[in-house]
Design a protein around this ligand. Structure first.
Ligand SMILES: NCc1[nH]cc(CCC(=O)O)c1CC(=O)O
Length: 311
């Protein structure tokens, strides 16, 4: 049980999750110097099942359930997540209290041999377990071979270094947080690999009844990032964005206006649907639903239904 003078942060135990939890711990400590702030590391079901691709293990919820249990039982006050890994609909009784300022949102090309995807010869092997990345690479570079790659960031880099793959795709934010920016050979522009909803931002989850936490965590919320992520997640939610579907959503903000781009593809790269729209920051949720509607009207609903039926 935590008391008023102590805050407990629930986190997964991977190096990236721990970096993220420590980052939030440091920011909270600076805001509240008199509190004791502690991290409680825990292993999740998702961390244990390493032999299946993400789309086959039932999705994002598996990575946060144990953390939510700790919130519910009062063993922790807040949980820090890569918001990308958080399901679009939280289970009843939980809430997002803050979305932090986004770091690098882009995907990164990582290889010990090649400088870019365009550099790779036919038959060269790219590792990724993300259907979103796979679909976009296949659409542009059908001559490359995509093989599944799972595990935490260090494990994936080790598999690359051991020669299992000629290149892998990782989120730039993860590599930068782990102090490995030199592993990035090329940042993939959004036109080549549109990021996942929320990529590069952290979400702080609480038990919904903890109003005290809302006020305390509010200074960590970055309103512009929060609006971008809200639009991206509204798009993904409207299209039933589970890990079974190659789905990307990326919003940027300038002068109070959000621009949201969405993409749905077939995993084999044969079909890619894209849509884009703009709206004022205050209409993030409606913007997400509007871009989802455009994609749905262009055939995304049928594509997704077919993928879910086949999986
Ligand atoms: N799916 C795993 C995951 N969740 C968050 C990140 C990176 C950090 C982020 O996107 O915020 C990663 C690694 C990756 O996709 O390469």
């Amino acid at each position: 049980m935590s008391d008023k003078d102590t805050l407990v942060i629930a986190s997964r135990e991977s190096a990236l999750a721990m970096w993220q939890a420590e980052h939030i711990q440091a920011r909270l400590q600076a805001l509240y110097p008199h509190k004791t702030i502690r991290i409680e590391g825990m292993t999740t079901r998702g961390d244990q099942i390493l032999d299946k691709t993400l789309s086959k293990i039932g999705g994002k919820g598996l990575f946060i359930k144990e953390l939510e249990q700790a919130l519910q039982e009062g063993r922790a006050d807040l949980a820090v997540h890569s918001i990308k890994d958080v399901p679009m609909d939280l289970p009843a009784g939980f809430a997002l209290a803050a979305i932090t300022e986004r770091a690098n949102p882009l995907d990164a090309f990582v290889s010990n041999t090649y400088a870019s995807l365009a550099d790779m010869p036919p038959g060269a092997v790219v590792g990724t377990a993300s259907l979103r990345r796979e679909a976009q690479i296949r659409a542009r570079f059908p001559q490359l071979v995509i093989r599944p790659l799972r595990g935490n960031v260090q494990t994936r880099l080790r598999k690359l270094d051991e020669g299992e793959f000629d290149a892998i795709i990782l989120a730039a934010a993860g590599l930068e947080r782990l102090g490995l920016p030199e592993r990035i050979r090329m940042l993939l522009p959004p036109t080549h690999s549109l990021p996942a909803a929320g990529q590069g931002a952290l979400g702080i989850e609480i038990a919904a009844h903890r109003y005290d936490m809302l006020a305390l965590l509010n200074p960590l919320n970055h309103p512009i990032t929060a609006a971008c992520v809200e639009a991206e997640r509204a798009l993904a939610r409207a299209l039933d964005g589970s890990c079974q579907v190659p789905l990307a959503a990326y919003a940027t903000a300038a002068d109070g206006v959000l621009t949201l781009r969405g993409l749905v593809g077939s995993p084999d790269g044969s079909l890619t649907l894209q849509a884009e729209a703009e709206a004022p920051l205050a209409y993030a949720d409606a913007l997400g639903r509007a871009v989802a509607k455009k994609l749905a009207d262009d055939g995304a609903k049928e594509l997704i239904a077919a993928l879910l039926a086949a999986s």
